[in-house]
Design a binder for this molecule. Structure first.
Ligand code: NAD
Length: 508
């Protein structure tokens, strides 16, 4: 297939060049639908709050619906925790901290964490289906990435629980107390595991608040924790929106706040915690650059770019939403990208053939659409697939813009959707300068045949994680976190323990 030529840079050209792909050009052949079933578990019509080891109704009786974003169907109604519910959750966590958890042996804490990890593994199919139903992500992603990684985090931190003295040699690590933990909607169970596992391993108790659009796997995790027989109140799960999160952050009897979400909310939380002199860690937004040099393994690189921005609908904080291509390779890369996006399958998240699922919410879809339009208004050529989309639900076609300028909104703002901004560079220095030209600093990718070039560039990038000839790879033993407005503090690995201990020198 011939790709329309991209416009020459700097020329005064018509406002919008939109290139769409006809459905007939799309995938080379169609697969029969292969939907994952979910008739072997039930979603109840309503859920309460998990506080002090019990399921309780919210004090003021308020609930809100949670949807399947692929169909807009209501899956169930969950409780909206008010300040009184936040207060009783923190009281339950405090009680559990003082009475059991800080006193129990590290080996016992490890045993509970192993139990949770095993139960997640045993119920992995159910959890994967639930994650895709409630979040819109393809089942392939929740089955192969989210759920195994969530279990792996509990396994990993179980291993540290009785080795904290080795993690911090010559020091005497002690728990902080009660941690308030707030998570976003893009990796609901995995973010819960990132937060809960290290906190518990270090002897803290927690109150977790999942995002309002994706509360279900956190509630299932609460059920797993109940079945694992954890002492009541060690983990409390309260559902609700921003007001519930804000009530949690400002509660006077909290010892630590851990937040993953947008930079805007993270800043408000940082101000609040500074006023209260409360320890806080923030994992915030990103605008990762993937840098492709002319000597890169091109097919592998394009596959990495596709994986980094289009799989999981670009709902990834470290999504490679900017692509910097060495000028001599731009035609080749754009051509390969153009061909590859045609074969992406956009559709039902529960279908095992789906590459790109549903956008998580109507509000997020509107945000992606508005930002993509700004790319058109700036006159950037827009490429997208024209595959048929389901008639209901929230969908966005995989899209990329070429000839993007650094100052464009699509090059600067986090889009959190399947939209890629392509730019060029001539020299390694220019690549570094452009990659660092963002208020964020969460992650980056480098694609080159030369190992030495890879290391040299990586050392100059202001990003918490830099992948070399790969992208979006995670392991519980590796630290993850940001520079600049992507936040501070690290999760994962030995560094993930640090935010949950009072680090004292051992007295002689
Ligand atoms: P968000 O900030 O809107 O919400 C995140 C969580 O904070 C939700 O649970 C929400 O209910 C809660 N919240 C909202 N307002 C609050 C307030 N005033 N006080 C306390 N809590 C409040 O973010 P989102 O849209 O759910 O998630 C997307 C964002 O998360 C993106 O910016 C993405 O980059 C970021 N993210 C970062 C990482 C990372 O590790 N750095 C990982 C995943 C997502």
């Amino acid at each position: 297939m011939k790709r329309p030529k991209t416009r020459a840079k700097g020329k005064n050209v018509p406002a919008v060049t939109r290139v769409t792909l006809a459905p007939s050009d799309a995938a080379s052949w169609q697969y029969a639908p292969a939907p994952e079933t979910y008739d072997y578990f039930k979603i109840a019509p309503r859920y309460g709050l998990f506080i002090g080891g019990k399921w309780v109704a919210p004090k003021d009786g308020r609930r809100f619906p949670t949807l399947n974003p692929a169909t807009e169907e209501v899956l169930t109604h969950v409780a909206e925790a008010g300040p009184a519910d936040v207060d009783r959750a923190i009281k339950a966590a405090r009680n559990a901290y003082e009475r059991y958890w800080r006193r129990c042996s590290p080996q016992t804490r490890a045993k509970y964490l192993f139990r949770i990890a095993r139960a997640i593994t045993e119920r992995s199919r159910e959890l994967a289906v639930l994650e895709s139903l409630n979040g819109g992500k393809p089942i392939r992603e929740s089955r192969d990435v989210d759920i195994p990684l969530a279990a792996a985090h509990f396994f990993y931190y179980a291993g540290w629980a009785d080795k904290l003295e080795w993690a911090f040699p010559n020091r005497h690590p002690e728990p902080l107390g009660v941690a308030g933990q707030i998570i976003p909607w893009n990796f609901p169970l995995l973010m819960a595991a990132w937060k809960i596992a290290p906190a518990l391993a270090c002897g803290n108790t927690v109150v977790l608040k999942p995002a309002e659009t994706t509360p279900l796997t956190a509630l299932w995790l609460a059920e797993i924790i109940e079945q694992a027989d954890l002492p009541p109140g060690v983990v409390n799960v309260i559902t609700g929106g921003g007001d519930t999160g804000a009530a949690l952050v400002r509660h006077p009897d909290l010892d630590k706040v851990a937040f993953t979400g947008s930079t805007e909310v993270g800043k408000q939380i940082a101000i609040q915690c500074a006023r209260l002199r409360r320890p806080v860690t923030l994992e915030l937004g990103g605008k990762a650059a993937n840098i492709i040099f002319e000597d890169a393994p091109m097919d592998q690189a394009v596959e990495g770019i596709i994986n980094g921005i289009f799989f999981n609908q670009g709902h990834v904080c470290c999504a490679g939403s900017r692509l910097l291509v060495q000028e001599s390779a731009i035609e080749l890369v754009v051509d390969k990208l153009y061909r590859r996006i045609q074969s992406l399958r956009v559709g039902p998240p529960l279908d095992k053939n789906t590459d790109v699922g549903a956008i998580n919410s109507k509000a997020q879809l509107a945000k992606i659409d508005e930002l993509a339009r700004s790319g058109e208004q700036a006159g950037r050529p827009r490429y997208q697939t024209e595959c048929a989309l389901p008639s209901r639900g929230y969908w966005f076609r995989p899209t990329f813009f070429t000839e993007v300028a650094l100052s464009d909104r699509i090059a600067q703002e986090e889009i959190f959707g399947p939209v890629l901004s392509v730019m060029t560079f001539r020299t390694p220095d220019e690549a570094v300068e452009k990659a660092n030209n963002t208020r964020y600093g969460l992650s980056a990718g480098i694609w080159t045949d030369k190992g030495s070039k890879n290391f040299k560039i990586a050392a100059q990038l202001r990003a918490g994680v830099v992948w070399g000839n790969t992208f979006n790879k995670f392991d519980p033993s590796s630290a993850f976190g940001g520079y600049k407005e992507s936040g501070f503090g690290r999760e994962g690995g030995i560094f993930g323990l640090l935010p949950y201990v009072k680090d004292r020198w051992r007295s002689a």
